[in-house]
Design a protein around this ligand. Structure first.
Ligand SMILES: C[S@@+](CC[C@H](N)C(=O)[O-])C[C@H]1O[C@@H](n2cnc3c(N)ncnc32)[C@H](O)[C@@H]1O
Length: 246
């Protein structure tokens, strides 16, 4: 089980979350939806403020966002015209059996109670339907990005993910994996703002929050790749997994 304090910590920073967090590269979303038809119904599970929902909508699909946090749902509805998120979670999806063709998850599968979520996702998917969790992971092969992660105690690197995500239980077929290069351009203030939407920072004590901020600003002021820059390119690897319901 994940810590529920962390899992539901995002709502308080929902507007900043939507502003600073990276979107998903179109090719990664297309890969996740490979074999899903234009008239098919897609669920975005753990939809947050709708960053992935909007990427899927932009490709012309019908999307149903499902999100447990009321603050995130409010932000999603405000910035995603015509779409209202359903209250629900991976362990309890408010949809009938076999009702959807694909379930996508952006940056949220690691919060799920896996055993219960696998059963519940299989319940709402039709046989042959697609399950695809996706993450944007910072590219820590870049030295200053690794240092940023160390300072802000970020624990979602791709190495961990590719080892941790190996199967989705007996109701799903083999898991395919793909990785895509991605980047966002942000000011140093925006990078710090983005790190303030991370669950570690949101749930840290004030003294620890101050320590993180102090070291981040020191990094921006002193690292040779960052000092004096108005904008920095934050490199990501987008990691996508995909399996079919049996
Ligand atoms: C890091 S955010 C990702 C939001 C969005 N999918 C995106 O790509 O930006 C994680 C989201 O997962 C949600 N979440 C946490 N536990 C969950 C669960 N058990 N089932 C579904 N969503 C959950 C949180 O409320 C939060 O909105």
């Amino acid at each position: 089980m994940t810590d529920p304090t962390h899992a539901l910590s995002f709502g308080a920073a929902a507007a900043d979350y939507d502003r600073f967090r990276p979107g998903y590269p179109e090719e990664a979303v297309r890969w996740a939806l490979d074999g899903v038809g234009p008239a098919d119904r897609v669920v975005d599970l753990g939809a947050g403020t709708g960053i992935l929902t909007r990427a899927v909508l932009a490709l012309g699909y019908d999307v149903v966002p499902v999100e447990p946090d009321p603050g995130m749902r409010t932000q999603l509805s405000a910035v995603t015209p015509g779409t209202t998120a359903l209250a629900g979670s991976a362990e309890s999806v408010p949809l009938p059996d076999g009702a959807v063709d694909a379930v996508l998850v952006g940056q949220a599968y690691h919060w799920f109670d896996k055993e219960r979520a696998h059963v519940e996702i299989a319940r709402v998917l039709r046989p042959g339907g697609t399950f695809a969790p996706i993450w944007n992971t910072r590219d820590e092969s870049v030295e200053w990005v690794a240092e940023l992660s160390r300072i802000a105690d970020l624990r979602d690197n791709a190495g961990d993910l590719t080892e941790k995500v190996t199967d989705f239980g007996p109701t799903f077929g083999p898991v395919a994996l793909a990785a895509f290069a991605h980047r966002t351009t942000l000011t140093p203030e925006e990078v710090v703002g983005m790190l303030h939407t991370r669950s570690y920072w949101l749930t840290a004590q004030p003294g620890e929050q101050q320590r993180v901020d102090r070291e981040l600003w020191e990094l921006f002021a002193t690292h040779p790749d960052l000092a004096g820059r108005e904008r920095v390119e934050l490199p990501y690897r987008t990691i996508a997994f995909r399996a079919r319901r049996r």
